[in-house]
Each structure stands twice: as C-alpha cells, then as structure tokens.
Design a protein around this ligand. Structure first.
Ligand code: NAP
Length: 287
C-alpha cells in the first residue's frame, strides 16, 4: 500500500451513504433502464423514495425487477416492471408508449442499462463490439429519443418541474479514461458523452435538460472481479484517491439531485461521481 493510501482516515470504517430527499420528485414519472440491478436498482429505489412514480426496466432478470418494484411500492408511489431490450427500437418505443398509457407521461429518463464484453482488441469479435455499442450507446439514443418526443409533446408543467423533462445518461469515467482490453466499452462511453452533449444543446431551448453521470468504480455485478477478492480490491483502491469503492447509493443520490429542480440550471454536464478517479492519481506522488 502506498504512503498516501496508508492515511489513518482509510482505516476508519465507512459510514453508509446517506439516503435522503423525500418528496423532491413528487408527482414526477421516471423510467430507469436496467433498474433491476446495481446502479439502476439503487437509482430506481431512490427516485421512488423521493416521490416519483417509477418504471423498472429489465431485460432478463424478472425476479430482480419485481423485488425492486416491491421495495418502491413501500413508498406509496406507482411502479411496475417492464421487460425491454434497450437496443431494440420497437421494444423501446413500446416501453415508453406503455408508460404514457399507464402513468400518463414521463418526466425523467435514466438511460442506465449497460454491459461489458471484454477482450484484448485483437481477440475481440465483431459480435462483442456490436453488442456493447448497441446496448450502451444505441440503447441510450433510443431511450432518450422516445422520452424527448413526450417531453416536447407535453412541455413544462410548472406544478411538477421547472423543466419539460430530464434525461440522465449513465456514462462512465471511461468516457475520458482510455481502457485497454475494453475498447468496445470505452468507445461506447466516449460516444455517450457526445450523445449527451449534442442532445443537451439541441433540446435546451425547449427546457429539456440532458446530463450524464460518470461513475467511477462502483460495487455492482458488472465489475465483480475488480472488488471481490482482497487483492483485487487493494489494486483497485490504488486508482481511487478517496480510498473507498463506490456504493450504488452514491450514484443514486447524484441521480436524484440531478433529476430534481435543485439542478434546474444544469444542462449538458457530466457529473463525475468517482472518488477522484479522474484526477490522474498516479501523478499525486510523481509525474
Ligand atoms: P449491472 O449490475 O450489471 O447492471 C446492468 C443492467 O443493465 C442490468 O439491469 C441489466 O439487466 C441491464 N441490461 C443489460 N443489457 C440490457 C439490455 N439490452 N436492455 C435492457 N437492460 C439491459 O451493472 P451496473 O454497474 O449497475 O451498470 C449500470 C450502468 O452503470 C452501466 O451503463 C455501466 O456501464 C455504468 N457504470 C458502472 C460502473 C461500475 O463501476 N459499476 C462504472 C461506470 C459506469 P438484466 O440484469 O435484466 O440483464
């Protein structure tokens, strides 16, 4: 462990992340893709706790999605699970249209679903390249497009929100940190950055706010090998100045605030929630 990491503060047990915001999103309708697991699950629950009605999208894990729905029901808001593959245009169109039928509209789209198919570039199949781009990038385009159509149709409802609608793209620190052995994933997230900024520029005049969250290393199934063993954890911590691995709640809290009117003037921004991972930690002791 480096001198920096041996700081006494890192030996104190972590307090769990705070959970707050009752009623901040009261009356709003949110859809979270990949809402059955990891970051999406924590975000769907946090939005529900903050008063939003929530559609929990999943593609394969129905029991997981139903468990999230059950938890959100406890907040007294409306919620249901919806199966759809975000890379399939017809399924995304149906999902948003079903939401409008059932809940009346959509105010918040969290385009979170994503996956990795890692391989050294010379061994990466076109199939794995395409799969990651289709889910992580095309999926976010389709979800944003369908939500924005409804935001445009409905416009601002001042009793509900200052904005006509909000899109939150779940990006990654790998929208700016190159990642050898993960070229499909890094390229997809680099694409998400420009997708988000272009949508933000295009639709800001209609009071539609498009932003992104770029998580660092968050403890979820997507990156289990990176935190599962003590050795892997130590190695990962070398990349995180703040000295702890992120919790899905860290991202969920950022999503609630970003979706709310507390951030009404935040347009086209990437909110890095990464414990300082993007601060080039290798340069703290040299360079
Ligand atoms: P996760 O627990 O593996 O969750 C991924 C979610 O995406 C699952 O709910 C999965 O649904 C869903 N999904 C995958 N393919 C889909 C498709 N075609 N259509 C709809 N849903 C699909 O991973 P996570 O860490 O929470 O990842 C969530 C997002 O955060 C991703 O965009 C990821 O790139 C991003 N992120 C994560 C980290 C991190 O450290 N964990 C860091 C930076 C960015 P099923 O379970 O039903 O298959």
């Amino acid at each position: 462990m480096s001198e920096r990491r041996r700081s006494p503060v890192h030996t104190v047990p972590d307090r769990p992340p705070p959970v707050y915001a009752p009623e901040l999103l009261k009356g709003q309708k949110a859809l979270v893709t990949g809402g059955n697991s990891g970051i999406g699950k924590a975000t769907a629950i946090a939005l529900g706790r903050s008063g939003a009605d929530v559609v929990v999208n999943y593609v394969s894990d129905r029991p997981g999605a139903e468990a999230v729905v059950k938890e959100i029901e406890g907040f007294g808001v409306r919620t249901y699970a919806h199966q759809a593959d975000v890379s399939q245009e017809d399924q995304v169109i149906d999902m948003v249209s079903a939401m409008i039928d059932r809940l009346g509209t959509i105010d918040i789209m969290v385009a979170n679903a994503g996956l990795q198919r890692d391989a050294p570039t010379v061994e990466m199949t076109l199939k794995d390249w395409n799969k990651v781009i289709e889910v992580n990038l095309t999926g976010q385009f389709l979800c944003a497009r369908e939500a924005i159509k409804e935001f445009q149709r409905r416009g601002v409802v001042p009793e509900v929100s200052r904005a006509a609608g909000k899109v939150i793209c779940m990006s990654s620190v790998h929208q700016m940190i190159p990642w050898a052995g993960h070229v499909n994933y890094a390229a997809s997230k680099g694409g998400v950055a420009m997708l988000m900024e272009t949508l933000a520029q295009e639709f800001a005049p209609q009071r539609i706010r498009v932003n992104a969250i770029a998580p660092g290393a968050i403890r979820t199934p997507i990156n289990r090998p990176a935190w599962e063993t003590p050795e892997a954890r130590e190695k990962l911590l070398e990349l995180i100045p703040y000295g702890r691995i992120g919790d899905p709640q860290d991202i969920a809290n950022a999503a609630v605030v970003l979706a709310s009117d507390l951030c009404d003037y935040v347009v086209g921004t990437t909110f890095y929630v990464d414990g300082g991972m993007t601060l080039f930690p290798g340069f703290a002791t040299g360079g």
